[in-house]
Design a protein around this ligand. Structure first.
Ligand SMILES: *Cc1c(COP(=O)(O)O)cnc(C)c1O
Length: 385
């Protein structure tokens, strides 16, 4: 049976070459990187090498990289850790209405704990205007967090411009780069960021490992106490296999990035062109400032969830912006922030492409979707009206 995976924004398959680099650290090289004997030293070397690789790709220093247990943990550490360490300077934080829950919920946890939060709106394409960030900055603003590219609608933010004015103001700037790592060039100086989060499983590395870039001189209150690992910023025996996998996956992605991005953008545009032929279809997000692998649309008069179930029956794995997975009937906060009505947001479909996606996969999907949409609409009283 056909099996087409078009949900790379949710997670990606581990690359076999990456698995290969990880395997020794599950078996003979099982040492603890803090131990002084051979096993420990070899684990330490693997850790140091991985840190150097990640730092080099980001244009950073090795000591500015902190390995974490996920992208979510990196984001939590960046936001809670920086807010806590800066609280004598001020307690005002600025973020946007379209952040991933890892950032959004961290900021709202801080709000419950005595911080003030300004949430910036986005335009109909999901973009933040740097001038809106400038107007939100106050003397007591300590931290600004804006995601690099959105996981639902693929919109890329003007991070470098926003970072320049945040840094000039003297506040810290964090970006959630979980969707862009491995896809866009990430240079921490060009982006003007103080903190940047990424997660290995979004770029064909293993799950359960992330990294946080922390600019030299930026103090963070750790979330996990108990040891000197990661220079006291994250206690716990290091996940050497995972960290080696993260570094090798990032390295491979960086080498292939430009060619692969162009290939993905062509497939993305082919999908858009086909989907736009279906009546009452809207494109979500920006056409210009867009991740090369993200296709997000809303089909009016249908439920995204029914569409997903029908696609699954035909071997297509995709996702919808509505948060039914979490047991809620509320449509995604991202689609609502773009100004879509609840009804339209409910008919959303996200297809995210990846390394294994071929043109014939795209054509298969384009062969199936119009018929499913048509059939679901035939059953919709709204459409009939
Ligand atoms: C996947 C994702 C995260 C969370 O990363 P995990 O490693 O799954 O915790 C955070 N932000 C964005 C934009 C993501 O796409």
């Amino acid at each position: 049976m056909t099996q087409i995976y078009m949900d790379h924004a949710a997670t990606t398959p581990l690359r076999p070459e990456v698995l290969e680099t990880m395997l020794p650290y599950f078996s003979e090289e099982f040492g603890n990187a803090s131990s002084v004997y051979g096993w420990g030293r070899r684990a330490r070397q693997a850790l140091d090498r991985s840190r150097d690789t990640v730092a080099e790709i980001l244009g950073a220093q090795a000591e500015e990289i902190v390995f974490t247990g996920s992208g979510s943990e990196a984001i939590n550490l960046a936001l809670k850790g920086a807010a806590k360490a800066q609280q004598k300077k001020g307690r005002h934080i600025v973020t946007t209405a379209i952040e991933h829950h890892a950032a959004y919920d961290s900021v709202f946890w801080l709000k419950k704990n005595g911080y003030e939060v300004t949430v910036l709106p986005v335009d109909s394409e999901g973009r933040i205007n740097p001038e809106a960030v400038r107007s939100a900055l106050r003397p007591d603003t300590i931290l600004v967090s804006v995601m690099h590219a959105n996981n639902e609608v693929g919109t890329i933010q003007p991070i470098s411009a926003i970072g320049a004015l945040v840094q000039e103001h003297g506040a810290l700037f964090h970006t959630d780069a979980v969707q862009t790592a491995g896809i866009l060039k990430l240079n921490v100086d060009e982006l003007n960021v103080d903190l940047l989060s990424l997660a290995a499983h979004k770029f064909y590395g293993p799950k359960g490992v992330g990294a946080l870039y922390v600019r030299k001189g930026v103090r963070l209150e750790p979330l996990v106490h108990g040891g000197f690992q990661e220079r006291g910023r994250r206690a716990g025996t290091e996940n050497i296999a995972g960290i080696v996998g993260l570094a090798s996956a990032l390295d491979l992605a960086a080498a292939e990035r430009e060619l692969e991005s162009r290939r993905l953008a062509r497939l993305r545009d082919r999908l858009f062109a086909g989907l736009q032929e279906i009546p009452f279809t809207r494109i979500n997000g920006s056409r210009v400032h867009r991740l090369p692998n993200n296709v997000s649309v809303c089909f009016e008069f249908i439920e995204g969830e029914s569409l997903l179930l029908n696609l699954d029956l035909r071997g297509i794995a995709a996702s919808s912006g509505s948060a039914c997975t979490s047991g809620s009937l509320e449509p995604s906060h991202v689609l609502l922030a773009l100004g879509l009505s609840h009804e339209i947001a409910h008919g959303s479909l996200r297809l995210t492409l990846g390394r294994e996606t071929t043109e014939s996969d795209v054509d298969y999907v384009l062969g199936e979707i119009p018929e499913i949409v048509h059939r679901l609409r035939e059953m919709s009283p709204l459409y009939q009206a």
